[in-house]
Design a protein around this ligand. Structure first.
Ligand code: NAP
Length: 320
């Protein structure tokens, strides 16, 4: 089968489109024919070799994907060959024609969702869900700022927060991104490249501040997020690409909490629970992943450049 293989860490050019052996399903495992694979920023960090998790070389990148069950191993009860599914991780990597998966990492893909949308579910939606509900304990009636709402996690966070009855402001760096944030029904779309956007955000809460801030670029924003927290407000750091200066007293004055998360820390039980909720949202239509770019698997280097470019618009996916 064709797959992307990485033999050395480095820039996007180390993503090589090659022949790789087809996986075989053991007990409790499935083989899924991948129709779309989600591309996430973390896969570029891992590929560069400068990330906390360094895989053994060579490896096939990717944890997110969707496709059709090709075969099942002994003891698999929830799926049969031909089922449409999406993946919350795989054992062999999803940038490939086929992936080997544990049954518990596989979820039904409703007919209304495309394979590309299924490939947008795991890291983006599970991260947004965990940030909002497991970490920040967001509740209906609260206010939320999604700081970086135009990308994969941001669109998911806007949809989840809206569905849960929060008042939502979201930011993007481009006009097109802000149009997307508004189209996903954020109550307010702001420009995170404008220095005045913190004041505009605060005005949206009538000066009270936000109960919840989901932060995609903490090294840039955290210091200015704290003064726009409501009393008892919670910032969840989802993304950060460097260091930041902040004034702890800004959090103290508000009994504020600075929380952080990594989806890697979610237990299998947490992930199963999160995806059970997400799959229900996909089925009902409450969750509608937005696909900005579909790129052939053989052009994976271009996909890695695209996911790190400014002007995010939903998800980048690879199509084998
Ligand atoms: P993405 O699709 O590339 O989106 C990146 C988002 O960040 C876009 O909305 C982008 O907006 C926005 N952004 C750029 N500059 C910003 C600024 N100054 N202030 C606020 N937002 C800004 O990436 P993603 O998949 O949504 O992931 C977002 C971040 O979370 C990444 O750093 C990723 O590594 C991290 N992440 C962490 C976890 C975890 O477990 N902790 C899980 C998933 C993702 P424009 O392009 O419109 O400027």
């Amino acid at each position: 089968m064709k797959a992307i293989r990485v033999h050395e860490f480095g820039g996007p050019e180390v993503l090589r489109h090659e022949d790789a052996p087809e996986p075989a399903a053991g007990s409790g495992q499935l083989i899924v024919s991948i129709r779309a694979a989600g591309v996430n920023p973390v896969e570029t960090y891992i590929r560069s070799g400068n990330y906390a998790r360094v895989p053994t070389l060579p490896y096939t990148p990717g944890t997110d994907g969707a496709g059709v069950v090709a075969s099942v191993g002994k003891g698999v009860t929830r799926f049969a060959p031909g089922d449409r599914v999406y993946l919350a991780g795989s054992l062999t990597g999803t940038y490939a024609a086929q992936a080997l998966c544990e049954e518990r990492s596989v979820f039904a893909l409703p007919a209304r969702a495309s394979f590309a949308q299924g490939a947008a579910m795991h890291i983006p939606y599970a991260t947004a869900f965990r940030a909002l509900f497991h970490r920040a304990h967001a509740r209906g009636g609260e206010t939320a700022l999604i700081h970086g709402a135009s990308g994969g996690v941001g669109v998911a966070a806007v949809q989840l927060a809206r569905a849960a009855g929060l008042q939502v402001a979201g930011t993007a760096g481009s006009d097109r991104g802000r149009q997307l944030v508004a189209a996903e029904r954020a109550h307010l779309a702001l420009d995170h490249n404008s220095p005045g956007h913190f004041n505009e955000a605060l005005a949206f809460t009538a000066g009270r501040g936000f109960d919840v801030i989901v932060e995609m670029l903490a090294n840039v924003n955290l210091g200015r997020d704290l003064p726009i927290l409501a009393p008892g407000g919670r910032v969840v750091v989802v993304g950060s690409r460097g260091n930041v200066e902040m004034t702890p007293r800004d959090a103290m004055m508000r009994d504020g909490s600075i929380l952080a998360m990594s989806l890697w820390n979610a237990s299998p039980e947490d992930l199963f629970s999160i995806h059970s909720a997400l799959a229900a949202g996909l089925e009902s239509g409450a969750l509608r992943p937005v696909i900005g770019q579909e790129i052939p698997l053989s052009e994976a280097p271009r996909a890695h450049a695209a996911v790190m470019a400014a002007g995010a618009y939903g998800k980048v996916v690879l199509v084998p």
